[in-house]
Design a protein around this ligand. Structure first.
Ligand code: SAM
Ligand code: SF4
Length: 314
């Protein structure tokens, strides 16, 4: 459907859990987050109902995210039900990939279209530091599993952090040389865990072009500016939520794992969906889309959202 500002909103992200098997320094507290009671997170049936209501309003693409969606019990059932919702053409997932070797084939069979995989560095030691204990080899196995079953094209998302992974930019770009990986660098946003980080960590995405001058501009893909190295099979996307707001091109709304509709990632506004059914549920989502803010005020000083990315569903 079309919001008050003429934007076509056809994309919904649903967080299926705010828990995770990793503890990325910018996203999760070291000790993890308090587990919500089972009854406090959306059930499989509620997710299916929300997907159907959203589809009735013109949502055609759903992304399942978290937390780590692959640790959510019943994830295959969720994928299957969302994929079979009339009107939904694409069901994607954002994952850290560590559990993909076990799940990739089953996800594909359940109807998942493709995956975005978060990997901020290819360096084993740095990966362990950033994720507080993750193994890059698990991610590589996950990427291979996704390629093997055709959960493609695969976007590899890297959050750029000043003083932490700038020297890992070139090895990530190298991934695009021999295969059609779409590596996307995104500016770290001051939200949740990193809202009080030192300003030097928030470097502009232009840093990627300084590190790899051989990148040539080749157009846009949604909110990414695309670049390529001559002869590369894949591409490099630069996403700059801080230095260049892309609110006029925003086409999405989000639902948190406890059932709150968030019309804008960086706004504090949340609309409760739990307990609503049928036309009442559709009306609540319609209202949220219609009143989606024109833009947010995200800057290096912070976000207005009261939740971190693990709880909102990045
Ligand atoms: N666990 C899954 C994963 O990491 O792909 C899905 C959830 S995670 C919250 C989704 C995305 O949000 C990841 O790509 C992550 O890097 C990104 N993210 C989390 N916190 C962020 C922040 N403060 N700024 C920018 N991106 C962030
Ligand atoms: Fe987990 Fe993803 Fe957050 Fe990392 S970014 S802690 S993998 S939810």
């Amino acid at each position: 459907m079309i919001d008050h500002y003429g934007r076509i909103i056809d994309y919904l992200r649903i967080s299926v859990t705010d828990l995770c098997n990793l503890r990325c320094i910018y996203c999760m507290p070291e000790e993890g987050v308090k587990k919500l009671r089972h009854g406090d997170i959306l059930s499989v049936e509620e997710i299916e109902e929300i997907a159907a209501a959203a589809a009735a309003l013109g949502i055609v693409k759903i992304r399942l995210t978290g937390g780590e969606p692959l640790i959510r019990g019943g994830i295959l059932d969720i994928v299957r039900r969302v994929a079979h919702t009339p009107g939904i053409r694409e069901v994607a997932m954002t994952t850290n990939a560590t559990l993909l070797p076990r799940f990739a084939r089953k996800l594909k069979d359940a109807g998942l279209t493709r995956v975005n995989i978060s990997v901020d560095t290819m360096d084993p030691e740095r990966y362990r530091e950033i994720t507080r204990g993750g193994e890059i080899e698990d991610v590589m196995r996950g990427i291979r599993a996704a390629v093997d079953v055709g959960l493609t094209p695969i976007k590899l998302n890297a959050v750029l952090m000043g003083g932490i992974n700038e020297e890992n930019i070139r090895p990530l770009i190298k991934m695009t040389e021999d295969a059609d990986f779409r590596v996307r660098f995104i500016e770290v946003m001051p939200i949740g865990e990193c809202s009080d980080w030192n300003k030097e960590r928030f470097v502009s995405i232009e840093k990627v072009l300084d590190e790899e001058p051989a990148l040539r501009y080749s157009g846009t893909d949604g909110v990414s500016k695309l670049y390529r190295k001559d002869g590369s099979k894949g591409s490099v996307g630069l996403i700059s939520p801080i230095s260049n707001h892309f609110c006029p091109a925003c086409n999405k709304v989000r639902v948190t794992s406890d059932g709150m509709l968030k019309p804008c990632l960086h706004s504090a506004e949340e609309i409760p969906l739990r307990g609503l059914h049928g036309e009442v549920l559709i009306a609540a989502i319609r209202n949220g889309i219609l009143n989606k803010p024109l833009k947010h005020e995200l800057s290096r000083d912070g976000s207005e959202s009261r939740r971190g990315m693990n709880a909102i569903g990045g």
